[in-house]
Design a protein around this ligand. Structure first.
Ligand code: SF4
Length: 316
């Protein structure tokens, strides 16, 4: 397999009035060509910020400090100028943002929004870009795509808006799609339709699939990375995460699924401004011992590509 994107020691921090938000802390991650990698964790664990860091999708006035390396096809994206990253963003790496209701421009027809995204990266006349936008809507199975291209976002249902976002992401034929909670807020039937569509349209591409929905991740992903309080705590093949979760947080997360008894993890995720010392999960962990309060565990391979960050497995 060929590595498409490799993240090393990624840190994304930003100052707020209350202190520094340490949203991503020393994350290492690889995405192979055609791999679908799930990034799962509770809301506020840093998943979306990690996804946005890859293509620096932050407002130009935001004071964001990003360190580490993000190598894509041999280029470190963090060393590129704003103009250079703009050429990659959308064309080679596209992001499907959370919440299409707010991501689509309410005053522009959906077809025009997709055509604009196409024209940003391809030298196409407006008419050709509009025709391509209709093709993209057809590709994501929007019925009567030529008519729907002339409608505004409020005339689309929730599932159709999500399809339109997928069409926009696919418009320039990217190698990597970062999909941030693409099924959030959809009812079960529509959710499964969107999952099926994503599987179809990413057959020949790589995808970083960000979600807190484990059931959806199981349907889509080859491998899963579990994120907690800004860092990865477990990484393995999808079936190993489900059959043999090692980290107490992953176990708790799985146990909160309805089919596994709907038992929530006690307590709350820590604030990314005030992270606990030692293992970040220790205030909520049923297996915590004294050393967990002071020693920060490293990510270690337990075998067969299964990595975990927990002192229960520490052999040093
Ligand atoms: Fe729990 Fe300790 Fe492992 Fe952290 S290091 S997950 S507190 S057992």
């Amino acid at each position: 397999m060929t590595t498409l994107l490799e993240i090393t020691s990624l840190k994304t921090w930003f100052p707020t009035r209350d202190g520094i938000v340490k949203a991503v802390n020393a994350v290492d991650l690889k995405i192979e060509e055609k791999e679908k990698l799930g990034l799962i964790g509770e809301t506020g664990s840093g998943k979306s910020i990690l996804g946005m860091s890859i293509i620096r999708l932050f407002h130009s006035s935001a004071k964001i400090n990003i360190e580490g390396k993000i190598v894509y096809k041999g280029k470190d994206l963090l060393r590129l100028s704003e103009e250079e990253i703009r050429k990659i963003r959308g064309k080679e790496i596209a992001m499907i943002l959370q919440n299409p209701a707010t991501s689509l421009n309410p005053v522009l027809k959906v077809g025009d929004q997709i055509a604009e995204a196409i024209q940003l990266h391809q030298r196409l006349a407006k008419r050709a870009a509009s025709e391509k936008a209709v093709e993209m809507l057809e590709a994501v199975k929007i019925p009567a795509p030529d008519k729907m291209a002339n409608k505004y976002p409020h005339e689309f249902s929730g599932g159709m808006k999500e399809r339109a976002m997928i069409a926009m992401a696919l418009a320039c034929d990217p190698s990597l799609i970062i999909a941030d909670e693409p099924t959030k807020g959809l009812d079960v039937t529509i959710k499964m339709q969107v999952v099926k569509l994503l599987r179809e349209v990413t057959k020949q591409r790589s995808m970083l699939f960000i979600t807190h929905d484990l059931g959806v991740a199981a349907e889509v992903c080859d491998n899963i990375a579990v994120m907690y309080a800004g860092e990865l705590v477990e990484y393995a093949k999808t079936e190993d995460i489900f059959k043999n979760p090692l980290h107490p947080y992953t176990q708790g997360f799985l146990n909160s699924l309805p089919e596994r008894g709907l038992k929530p993890i006690r307590g709350m995720s820590p604030s990314l401004i005030n992270l606990p010392d030692g293992c970040r999960f220790h205030p909520r962990c049923d297996y915590a011992t004294g050393i967990c309060k002071t020693r920060h565990p490293e990510m270690a391979e337990i075998g067969n590509g299964h990595f975990v960050r927990c002192l229960l497995y520490d052999r040093s």
